[in-house]
Every structure is written in C-alpha cells, then in structure tokens.
Ligand binder design. Structure first.
Ligand code: FES
Length: 120
C-alpha cells in the first residue's frame, strides 16, 4: 500500500486514492486559514488545496492545470491540486503559506507539523 507523508504523519492508503480525501480524513491541515471553510470541496475550481508533491501520482489533469494557470497561482510553480491528484505510490507532501497555498514560506513539511519551526 502506498504511504503518504504529510505534516508529520505517515498514512497508508489504497493505490488510486484521492490525495485531498486521504489528507482530510487523517486530520492533515490541507487548507490554510479561512480556506478551511471557503473552498470548492474538491471540484478543482478554488485552488486552495495546492501542495507540493514528491513521489508517484497521477498525471496533471485539465482542471488542475487550468486552475493553477490563474493568479495567485503560477503555472511555473511546482504545485498540484490535492483534490485532482490520485496516489499511485509513496508520496511526500509539503504545504506552503497563503490562502491558496501559493506562498514561498513552508507551512508544514512531510515530517514536521510546522515547517518554519521544525516542530513535529
Ligand atoms: S479543493 Fe478546490 S481546487 Fe481543490
């Protein structure tokens, strides 16, 4: 079974699982601030579930590519929309600051609950 490392947690899941659903189900803070309440619930239109992913996941789909081509996201950044991503193997997830997770400061890493302080 693939393993997902995010915010200091290691989560096992079935291959093909939706990354957003797995993170939320396991208490990972996928959304920053008020985007916890104001988001599209996984249809790929709001862009607030953006994360950086290392590992084996599905190819970028058109919803993901389209939303991340619009500000404040940038198509040149190495992010993915968790709601549009399927887990195919072990993955490591990092979240950046900002309402859409579009910032340059790390909010949390695969290993640490708080990226800046390195707390677990
Ligand atoms: S939850 Fe809105 S784009 Fe992913």
């Amino acid at each position: 079974m693939p393993k997902v490392s995010a915010q200091g947690k290691t989560i096992e899941c079935n291959r093909g699982s939706n990354l957003r659903k797995i993170l939320l189900k396991n208490g990972v803070e996928l959304y920053n601030g008020k985007s916890k309440l104001i988001n599209c619930r996984g249809i790929g239109s709001c862009g607030t579930c953006a994360v950086q992913i290392e590992g084996d996941v599905s190819l970028v789909n058109w919803r993901d590519r389209t939303r991340r081509s619009l500000p404040p996201h940038s198509p040149t950044k190495d992010l993915r929309l968790a709601c549009q991503t399927r887990i195919l193997g072990d993955v490591r997830v990092t979240k950046f600051e900002g309402f859409w997770g579009q910032g340059s400061q790390i909010t949390w890493t695969p290993e640490a609950k708080n990226g800046d302080k390195g707390e677990k």
